[in-house]
Design a protein around this ligand. Structure first.
Ligand code: HEC
Ligand code: HEC
Ligand code: HEC
Ligand code: HEC
Length: 157
């Protein structure tokens, strides 16, 4: 387990350094996240978020309005509501918390606050970017109920 964590950390630092040197934080796509979060990826695949672009007919796939909520970052190259729609472009790979030397010394509560501030984890207000009345198929959105339908927490921490 130790060795695996070390390998993962080196990989992350490598990816981060490369992207930051390139001066841009870009969307990676769910396939990239799958490499390290395969369990979560498998849960996500079973939700309609994964297939939200397929739901659109051929004409609507070119309609910027529909595309804005049925893709990630309004980009059909990232079809459906992928990881980065909720965890920010680049996800944890790009997250500044992994470059913050003080992060490890923080309490869990402080770490959580920082994850929220940096957009690595978000909640109801982010869902409502898409789950709102400007959607032609809006259904009542009760956060707690709907979150339970898509949740993929594997830990209880
Ligand atoms: C090289 C491996 C690796 C890749 C690729 C990767 N992650 Fe991570 N991720 C980790 C590790 C390690 C952690 C820290 C340990 C943990 O909390 O699981 C983490 C933590 C996270 C967290 C914080 C979880 C929490 O609340 O503690 C989120 C959210 C996340 N990753 C999302 C993503 C997304 C989205 C992608 C794809 C854009 C991605 N990750 C790609 C390894 C990776
Ligand atoms: C980028 C836009 C977007 C965001 C952000 C978003 N959703 Fe969705 N969500 C959709 C779309 C589009 C669908 C419908 C997909 C379809 O039917 O093809 C959907 C469907 C769902 C469904 C039905 C899933 C199923 O498998 O039946 C639930 C539940 C849901 N969303 C909850 C949430 C929650 C909770 C959040 C926030 C944590 C959230 N959504 C964030 C766009 C979004
Ligand atoms: C503001 C964001 C938003 C926009 C714009 C949007 N959608 Fe959606 N769409 C959603 C969400 C969110 C859902 C899931 C509703 C739910 O389950 O609460 C959804 C669901 C759907 C569904 C599944 C309907 C069902 O009853 O399950 C279809 C089909 C659909 N949208 C087509 C479209 C088309 C076509 C357009 C463009 C004309 C469009 N959407 C524009 C957010 C949006
Ligand atoms: C519709 C929004 C949404 C999508 C799409 C989504 N997540 Fe999440 N994810 C969340 C929320 C909300 C949480 C809970 C955050 C919190 O409050 O701790 C979460 C939690 C996590 C965690 C922490 C889990 C733990 O066990 O502590 C990781 C890692 C993660 N997501 C990775 C991913 C990956 C990888 C994908 C794509 C395969 C993905 N997420 C897709 C909203 C989303």
């Amino acid at each position: 387990m130790r060795t695996l964590s070390a390998v993962i950390l080196v990989l992350m630092v490598y990816t981060i350094t490369r992207d930051v040197q390139a001066g841009e934080i870009v969307q990676k796509g769910a396939q990239k996240c799958k490499a390290c979060h395969s369990e979560i990826h498998a849960i996500w695949l079973k939700t309609k978020h994964a297939t939200a672009f397929d739901t659109l007919g051929p004409k609507d796939r070119k309609n910027a309005k529909c595309v804005s909520c049925h893709t990630t970052g309004s980009d059909p190259k990232f079809p459906g509501v992928q990881c980065e729609a909720c965890h920010g472009a680049g996800g944890c790979i790009a997250s500044p918390i992994f470059r913050n030397s003080k992060f490890k010394q923080m309490t869990l509560e402080q770490q959580r606050k920082m994850k929220i501030e940096t957009g690595l984890i978000t909640g109801e207000h982010n869902c409502r970017r898409c789950h709102n009345k400007t959607s032609p198929h809006y259904k009542e959105f009760d956060f707690k109920t709907r979150y339970n339908e898509i949740k993929h927490r594997t830990s209880t921490k």
